[in-house]
Design a protein around this ligand. Structure first.
Ligand SMILES: Cc1cc2nc3c(=O)[nH]c(=O)nc-3n(C[C@H](O)[C@H](O)[C@H](O)COP(=O)(O)O)c2cc1C
Length: 264
């Protein structure tokens, strides 16, 4: 075959493509399991970060993360239709992202809060995390998953609450596609620190939100956090998802019981 002819060139290019695609797909398939394990580890680290057990940015190896998670964190399944814990359910079986794509495992939401947060469905079952800080087997904090639309993406994260079911211990996002320096400032530790000590509920109303401009101190402004400058749409997304998940359709009923002093 003529090495400079078009047939040779096309066949050569096709062979190179075939070999490269075989490499890429083999790598993708063989690394999938490891990616899943790393994703799970990252979520465990974020749960530990939001509680302050491992400080954000603090170096922690895999063994430390797993050990601290096992020592301090107990995931529990919550039925989001009744708002009650499901004591016998296995947390390992709950996959919220998968459930959202399965009509048998999720339900449509049409409330104004769901529309504002652009969350059209909720899983029937979700996870919450009980946190024992001092090893006395009593729950000191709750970590509650949150998600909702920002400007470009769905932001997925956690909000940690004190055992009063109202005071914020921390907020963090583990996945989003907002613009670095604008909406991506949700990851800025200085902004996240501004949430600590603020309150979610004023009476039974979900009052917490991100305001435009600067909020006062925790004492002056217990229900507001500084807006992200140049990123009002992401800021509104954060407010909207909190109004949804801490309201009736989310953790509202469970936390109401807690605030009233009932068993969780
Ligand atoms: C390239 C580009 C990326 C942007 N990324 C974000 C973003 O991630 N989050 C956001 O709320 N606004 C983002 N904006 C700005 C919004 O379009 C909008 O102007 C802004 O949210 C208004 O906020 P402000 O009232 O604080 O200026 C971006 C704008 C541009 C041009």
């Amino acid at each position: 075959m003529d090495r400079n002819g078009p047939t040779y060139i096309v066949l050569f290019a096709a062979a190179v493509c075939l070999v490269c695609s075989a490499f890429v797909s083999t790598a993708a398939v063989s690394l999938k399991e490891r990616q899943e394990v790393n994703k799970k580890l990252d979520q465990q680290l974020k749960v530990l970060n939001v509680t302050g057990i491992i400080k954000e940015g603090e170096a922690a190896d895999r063994a430390t993360i797993v050990a601290k998670y096992e020592q301090h964190i107990t995931p529990k399944v919550i039925d989001l239709e009744s708002g009650q814990l499901v004591p016998d359910a296995d947390p390992a079986t709950v996959d919220v992202k998968k459930a959202l794509g399965d009509p048998a495992l999720s339900v449509a939401m049409t409330s104004p809060e769901a529309k504002a947060a652009q969350v059209p469905r909720k899983p029937k079952q979700a996870l919450i995390y009980e946190v024992d800080l001092d090893g006395d087997k009593a729950t000191d904090l709750f970590v509650l998953p949150i998600f909702g639309k920002g400007l470009w993406s769905t932001l997925w994260g956690f909000l940690a609450l004190e055992k009063d079911g109202n005071t914020i211990k921390g907020i963090t996002y583990y996945e989003h596609g907002e613009t670095p320096g604008l909406g991506g400032e949700v990851d800025n530790p200085l902004w996240k620190a501004k949430w600590i000590g603020r309150k979610v509920y004023n009476g039974d109303k979900v009052a917490i939100g991100v305001k435009k401009g600067a909020a006062g101190t925790v004492a002056e402004d217990p229900y507001a956090v500084d807006g992200l400058s140049g990123a009002t749409l992401t800021s509104n997304g954060v407010t909207n998802m909190l109004r949804l998940w801490f309201g009736e359709a989310g953790y509202g009923p469970l936390l109401k019981k807690l605030r009233a002093g009932g068993a969780s």
